[in-house]
Design a protein around this ligand. Structure first.
Ligand SMILES: [Zn+2]
Length: 218
């Protein structure tokens, strides 16, 4: 059982007051969701994450996995980040992957995978998932690079393609192995050209699927 979480929602841009409502992420209260970024062309991160998530779901189903999406743009906005985590938890997912693209400065290029830090605060306790999430993230980063030819991010993670964060509710509140995949930087023209190319998105989905598969087969 794999839960795929398409980052943001195309409708978030029209529901800014709702998505700005704060939710409890254990360490602090944080906005329900955000609009996400966009390329200079106007191609949005939310459209990108849905497309890659659909491709990823198809690949995993072909391989026999049961797949649940946290949303399919079938609701006007959200879900909130706490609900995104809860969907994976209640499904008792073997792996949960949140699909994103970054909104960093031009010149910042490449992909990275965000791993949960050790967080114990309020309703958040990542101790049981830090280890398996790192393994999941390492597998995805390696297979993503192989499938796309993309380099690890040149602006964080020291060239490893891995970053560890304690401020993301979707990771803090997860009780199942979970990572975020930042497939590239939408604000960099060269990365954006890849992110906007359907053939590249298919490679990205295959890389993520290969990483998940490798992780699940142990
Ligand atoms: Zn995002």
């Amino acid at each position: 059982m794999v839960v795929i979480d398409p980052g943001h929602n195309p409708g978030n841009f029209r529901h800014t007051s709702e998505i700005n409502e704060k939710v409890d992420v254990g360490t602090h209260r944080k906005e329900c969701d955000t609009t996400g970024t966009a390329a200079a062309s106007g191609y949005t991160e939310a459209a990108f994450t849905l497309d890659v998530s659909h491709r990823l779901r198809a690949l995993l189903r072909e391989r026999g996995a049961t797949v649940v999406l946290t949303h399919d743009a079938d609701r006007p906005f959200g879900p909130c980040i706490d609900e995104r985590a809860r969907i994976g938890n209640e499904a008792r997912a073997d792996a949960a992957v949140s699909v994103h693209a970054d909104g960093s400065a031009a010149g910042h290029r490449g992909h990275h995978v965000i791993l949960p830090a050790l967080v114990k605060a309020g309703s958040a306790d990542t101790a049981p998932i830090v280890g398996p999430s790192r393994t999941l993230g390492e597998r995805i980063a390696a297979e993503f690079a192989r499938a796309t030819g993309s380099s690890p991010a040149n602006y964080l993670g020291g060239g490893t393609g891995l970053d560890v964060r304690k401020d993301l509710g979707g990771l803090n509140l997860s009780t199942v192995p979970k990572v975020f995949v930042e497939c590239g930087n939408m604000r960099d023209p060269d990365d954006a050209a890849s992110l906007e190319d359907p053939a590249w998105r298919q490679k990205a989905a295959r890389g993520i699927a290969d990483g998940i598969t490798t992780y699940l087969l142990g």
